[in-house]
Design a protein around this ligand. Sequence first.
Ligand SMILES: Cc1ncc(COP(=O)(O)O)c(C=O)c1O
Length: 450
Amino acid sequence: MLKKQRSAFSALSGVGDSPHYPRIVVPPPGPKARKIIELDQKWASPSYIKEYPFVMAGGQGAMAEDADGNRYIDFMSGIAVSSTGYNHPEIVRAVQEAAGKFLHICGTDFYYEAMARLLEKLGTIAPMKEKCRVFLANSGTEAVEGAVKLARSHTKRSNIIAFEGAFHGRSYAAISLTASKVKYRADFGPLLPGVYHLPFDNPYRMEENAALESAERLFHSRVSPKEIAAVIMEPVQGEGGYVFPRPEFLKAWRKICDENGILLIFDEIQSGVGRTGKWWASEHFGIDPDVLLSAKGLGSGLPIAAIIAKESVMTWPRGSHGTTFGGNPVACASALKTLELIEDQYMDNASVMGEKILKGLLKLKERHPLIGDVRGIGLMIGLELVKNRKTKEPARQEMGRLEQEAFKRGLLLLGCGDSTIRIAPPLVLNSYDVDKGLEILDVCLSEMEK
Ligand SMILES: Cc1ncc(COP(=O)(O)O)c(C=O)c1O
């Protein structure tokens, strides 16, 4: 199995045993990159973040190349999106074939094979025991928005429970549920009423049961559980800091939902589609949701998202929810091929490579006091930086500096939470990529600790 994977990767990256990356031929951003940045900055909305001046020009497998020919090992896959790498030949072929047939017809009003097949595939790989139905959207945010509508329509209740540290997107319903950083909500109010935020279990920073006690207090003093339509939760928080809760936390919420007729919605937009070595992160906890949301890695970069719900829950009537572009035929073709590749090879690879990265990071932790915690499943790994291991004070500036130091040396990283580096590479990355990436991390941390 592993041999098959390795040959597939070297064919993919086209680099055999001596990959021509990482390589920095000109300190980034080089002259071509600077020109593009200048043009962008003249016209772009100031709301864009732009983490550091990486200007993408190409990529292959888990290698990304910038406009000046610098090559990087990619440990972030455009925020957990490029699941099969940047130009997997089979994805490119599937997309080209679909584009050559027809680009659009509108799945809300008409039928086509790729959409029907994708609905079936997603319904089949859903973790729920009950038969599911599926709605296709364009983005994670849209899936969240639709799920809120579905929950209200199905339960005829309006209140929603979400969690501190959560990120669910940027529409009005989504920012109302989001609570990872205040900048996502500031000045945009009033937001959706009836949203209650509770603490999310964080084994590194919280006592057992502390998060659940807040739920008891909420139901005792502020709102009856019988008035709650849904609990929406990332089973593993992404933007909030790659936080893995204790399984008991998810179990307790499943129980509360069951006892009170509340829908449990799992937002697996970042954690799903094979990233953790199973289709869905929630499978590691053994807890099924009533509604599951997917996006990001589902289309290998093409915009597509899904609301997957138990048939008994997806009861909204004909015409109550729809979309012009959602489930676009080209995006469906990309998603179908993505799911096939992940099922055949890359889900296993995510487990094997994830284990390797985790072991490597734990070794780095022995030598680098900046590392406070290392946690992860498959290729969803958090590296939390602290100023002091005893106080666990987040090392916010150091996280930014680590991104910059790694960028200068040919490794793409992305932070999350207060001071965590999220390691979410393409699921196709190989042993070479892992070893080199860890080597660069080691050098950067040593430099920063001088
Ligand atoms: C868990 C989660 N939910 C929702 C979203 C929003 O998805 P999108 O940016 O595709 O709208 C994100 C995006 O980062 C996410 O990580």
